[in-house]
Ligand binder design. Structure first.
Ligand SMILES: NC(=O)c1ccc[n+]([C@@H]2O[C@H](COP(=O)([O-])OP(=O)(O)OC[C@H]3O[C@@H](n4cnc5c(N)ncnc54)[C@H](OP(=O)(O)O)[C@@H]3O)[C@@H](O)[C@H]2O)c1
Ligand SMILES: Cc1cn([C@H]2C[C@H](O)[C@@H](COP(=O)(O)OP(=O)(O)O[C@H]3O[C@@H](C)[C@H](O)[C@@H](O)[C@H]3O)O2)c(=O)[nH]c1=O
Length: 314
């Protein structure tokens, strides 16, 4: 189905840039105003912009994540709450008033753990209807996760809205927000099992929800399966880039466990498995997670072996 004009908010961010690359590659018409042009926390300015542009679909990739990671949200609580809970609420009202369908980039970090072991020994993931267990209500999460869960709660009755849950994005391009880049540079690694989202697959799947007119609601947009940190590092070791890195002397050190990790990390982390079968049921498919990670390492770009030597602390 041909796509008519889309408005993209947060287009300069890590996730928003991936949407822009996808639109440009496919020749999809879109408008992506900067934060300076449209402040999403100022409803009147957003309303003026929407009434002028008259988009057919809106994507919200704006939010607050903290840099270099979610630990920073513990020190910027009001920005985090405004960006992740208030901002989507403002958009929900404006979209509803205009009958404008839209999609919001949510996160899988509302959960911790998994739903047990399946008949083939696989870890079962949380489904869209499972209540968050890593949020303010359960009082065990990070401030960031709490605000993302509140954002979902605020959108729970939003009309014509997709909530796309992204989970630890990665691809083959070295970047401070790419999970694989982070693993290359963190001094010590936490061995945890997670679902992951290949960033470009995530964007394609999100847009496909709208193209296929999939029912509105929450979707776990993750690569099927789950993977441990050690498995991701093993896959690196089998890639040409990883072999060169190891030849040059790079070694990976792991925390003894979660307790040791928590001594250096300010906020607890969500490590969790998500079930992606709802997305598959609407005909949208992502690559199995180990295959996707292997492909990213095999096509790894820009990071030179030397640059990994200059390890940056988180
Ligand atoms: N990155 C991840 O690992 C990850 C994983 C799961 C979910 N998510 C979610 O994905 C969304 C985007 O994350 P990201 O990593 O792309 O973040 P990012 O790189 O920090 O980008 C955030 C974007 O939002 C814009 N923005 C923030 N407040 C705004 C406001 N009041 N008005 C207009 N624009 C505003 C920023 O513009 P300026 O830079 O100009 O302020 C920027 O373009 C967030 O909701 C995040 O929770 C991210
Ligand atoms: C800080 C740190 C983290 N880790 C691990 C813990 C996690 O399993 C994994 C990711 O942790 P961090 O890099 O701290 O990322 P984070 O917790 O900030 O990551 C998140 O960013 C949010 C914006 C997203 O919503 C999340 O989906 C995720 O991508 O790395 C280490 O192994 N060593 C470290 O020193």
């Amino acid at each position: 189905m041909a796509l008519e004009k889309i408005v993209l908010f947060g287009g300069s961010g890590y996730v928003g840039s991936a949407f822009q690359r996808y639109f440009l590659r496919r020749g999809i018409p879109y408008v992506a105003p900067s934060h300076r042009e449209v402040n999403l926390l100022e409803p009147a300015s957003v309303a003026r912009f929407l009434d002028e542009v008259k988009p057919k679909f809106l994507i919200n990739a704006a939010g607050y994540t903290g840099r270099p990671n979610v630990d920073a949200c513990e020190d910027h609580k009001s920005e985090c709450l405004l960006g992740n809970a208030v901002l989507p609420g403002i958009l929900a009202r404006l979209c509803s008033d205009r009958g404008l369908p839209w999609g919001h980039v949510s996160s899988g970090c509302l959960y911790t753990g998994d739903r047990g072991i399946g008949s083939k020994g696989e870890r079962l993931g949380f489904r869209e209807e499972d209540p968050p267990n890593f949020c303010f209500r359960t009082n065990n999460g990070s401030f960031y996760s709490g605000t993302k869960a509140l954002g979902e709660e605020i959108l729970s009755d939003a009309a014509s809205c997709y909530l796309w849950r992204l989970r630890i994005p990665f691809n083959e391009v070295d970047s401070s927000k790419n999970y694989l880049s982070k693993l290359l540079r963190y001094e010590r690694l936490l061995d945890a099992r997670n679902s992951l989202s290949q960033l470009d697959d995530f964007v394609r799947a999100a847009v496909e929800c709208w193209e296929r007119r999939a029912p509105f609601g929450i979707y776990n947009v993750v690569n099927p399966g789950s993977v441990t940190t050690r498995q991701v590092i093993d896959l690196l070791g089998r890639s040409p880039f990883g072999r060169r890195l190891i030849e040059k002397g790079k070694r990976f050190t792991f925390f003894a466990g979660e307790e040791e990790f928590r001594k250096v990390a300010r906020a607890p982390r969500s490590n969790c498995v998500l079930d992606s079968s709802k997305l598959q049921s609407v005909g949208i498919h992502l690559e199995e997670v180990h295959d996707a990670v292997e492909r990213a390492w095999n096509n790894w770009r820009e990071a030179t072996v030397e640059s990994i030597g200059e390890l940056r602390k988180p």
